[in-house]
Design a protein around this ligand. Structure first.
Ligand code: G3H
Ligand code: 13P
Ligand code: ZN
Length: 333
C-alpha cells in the first residue's frame, strides 16, 4: 500500500476548485506508453499546467499495472528535472468498472479514481459509487462518477446511443454518493467518429463534416442545480483534420472521422467543466507521425526514429490543448 502523497502526486480537490474559479479546465490525457507520458509531462512542465494522467483498464492490461504506476511516479521526478519545482500531477483511473479495480488503484498510489456506473440502473450506480467514495476518501483520494450515457466504446462498455444526463437527478446523485466530480453526457462520445454523417452538415467549400453543437442547455441546467460543483467532459477530442489527412494520405483509412470543435471546448472550459478528457487526438497524432515517417523512410527500422517524431507531434498537440483550448497554462507555477 502506498499513498499518492508519498510519491509527489496531488488529488483533484484544490485543482478543480481553482479551475472553476479561474474559468479554465484541467487537461486529462490518457497514456499507455512511455512516449505519450514523456510528451504530456514535457508539455505540462514547460507551460506550468496542472495535469491529470489517466490510465484506463485497457491501458493497465496493455502496459502492466505496476509498470504504469511507476512510470507515473517517474513522471513527477521528470517534471522536476524539467524545472517544474512543484509539479501538480494527478494519477487517475479512467472508467473504473468495479469497486475492486478502484480499490486496487487507491492502494497502488493513484490520487483520483473514476467509478463509471453510468450503464447501471440509477440506484445501482449510486450504491457502487458510494462504496468507492467511502473507501477512497479514507486515503484522501478523490472520486469522479458518471451520470448519463456516452455513445461509443468505453473499454468493454459499449453503447449505441447517448442519453443526456438528467439535470433533475444530479443533486440527489451527488449528495447520496459523496462523489467529488461528475462526468455528464451532453453530446460528446469516445473515439474518432463522434457523430454519424447524417447528424452533421457538410462545409460546401471543403466537403468536411460539420458536427452539431453540444447540449449546452443540459450543462447549464446541471450547473444551476449544483452551483460550483466540478463537472467533467469525456469524449472531448477534436479529431484534428490535418492528422486524419496525413493518416489517409499514407495508407490509412479513416473516412469521415469527426470530433468536437475547439470553440465548443473553449466555451465549456470557462464554465464549471473543470476536467476535459482527451485520448483519441493523441492516438491520431502518434499514428499520423509514424505513418508519415515510415512512408518517407521505408528503410527505417529503428523504433526511436519513428516513435521520436510521434512523441514530438503529441507534445505539440498537448501544448496546443493547454494553451489555446483549456487555458490551464501558468496555473501551476
Ligand atoms: O474512455 C476511453 C479512453 O479513451 C480509454 O480508451 O479503454 O481503449 O484505453 P481504452
Ligand atoms: P476521446 O476519445 O474523445 O479522446 O475521449 C477520451 C476519454 O473520454 C477518456 O475517458
Ligand atoms: Zn471517457
Amino acid at each position: 500500500m502506498v499513498n499518492f502523497k508519498e510519491i509527489g502526486l496531488v488529488n483533484t480537490r484544490e485543482m478543480f476548485a481553482k479551475a472553476i474559479k479561474g474559468g479554465y479546465a484541467i487537461p486529462a490525457f490518457n497514456f499507455n506508453n512511455m512516449e505519450q507520458l514523456q510528451a504530456i509531462v514535457k508539455a505540462s512542465a514547460e507551460t506550468k499546467s496542472p495535469v491529470i494522467l489517466q490510465v484506463s483498464k485497457g491501458a493497465r492490461n496493455y502496459a502492466n499495472a505496476t509498470l504504469l504506476r511507476y512510470l507515473a511516479e517517474g513522471a513527477v521526478e521528470y517534471a522536476k528535472e524539467l524545472g517544474w519545482a512543484k509539479p501538480q500531477i494527478v494519477l487517475h483511473l479512467d472508467h473504473g468498472d468495479s469497486y475492486e479495480l478502484c480499490k486496487d488503484c487507491v492502494d497502488m498510489g493513484f490520487s483520483s479514481v473514476m467509478i463509471d456506473g453510468s450503464s447501471l440502473p440509477y440506484e445501482e450506480n449510486i450504491a457502487l459509487t458510494k462504496k468507492v467514495v467511502e473507501y477512497a476518501h479514507k486515503y484522501d483520494v478523490t472520486v469522479e462518477a458518471e451520470l448519463g450515457v456516452l455513445a461509443g466504446v468505453e473499454d468493454e462498455v459499449q453503447s449505441e446511443e447517448s442519453h443526456y444526463t438528467k439535470p433533475e437527478e444530479v443533486i440527489d446523485f451527488a449528495t447520496r454518493t459523496g462523489c467529488d466530480s461528475l462526468a455528464i453526457s451532453i453530446g460528446t462520445s469516445h473515439g474518432a467518429y463522434k457523430f454519424k454523417p447524417e447528424q452533421c452538415t457538410r462545409d460546401p467549400k471543403t466537403g468536411r463534416l460539420v458536427p452539431p453543437p453540444l447540449a449546452f442547455d443540459v450543462l447549464d441546467a446541471v450547473m444551476e442545480k449544483l452551483p460550483g460543483f466540478p463537472i467533467v467532459l469525456h469524449g472531448s477530442s477534436s479529431v484534428p483534420q490535418e492528422y486524419v489527412d496525413i493518416i489517409n494520405a499514407n495508407g490509412g483509412k479513416l473516412p469521415d472521422a469527426v470530433g468536437i470543435p475547439e470553440e465548443q471546448l473553449r466555451l465549456a472550459a470557462k464554465s464549471a467543466v473543470c476536467k476535459i478528457n482527451i485520448d483519441s487526438d493523441s492516438r491520431l497524432a502518434f499514428t499520423a507521425a509514424v505513418r508519415q515517417t515510415l512512408a518517407n523512410k521505408p528503410a527505417e527500422f529503428d523504433p526511436r526514429k519513428y516513435c521520436g517524431p510521434a512523441r514530438d507531434l503529441m507534445e505539440e498537440l498537448y501544448r496546443n490543448k493547454i494553451v489555446n483550448v483549456l487555458g490551464s497554462n501558468g496555473k501551476a507555477e
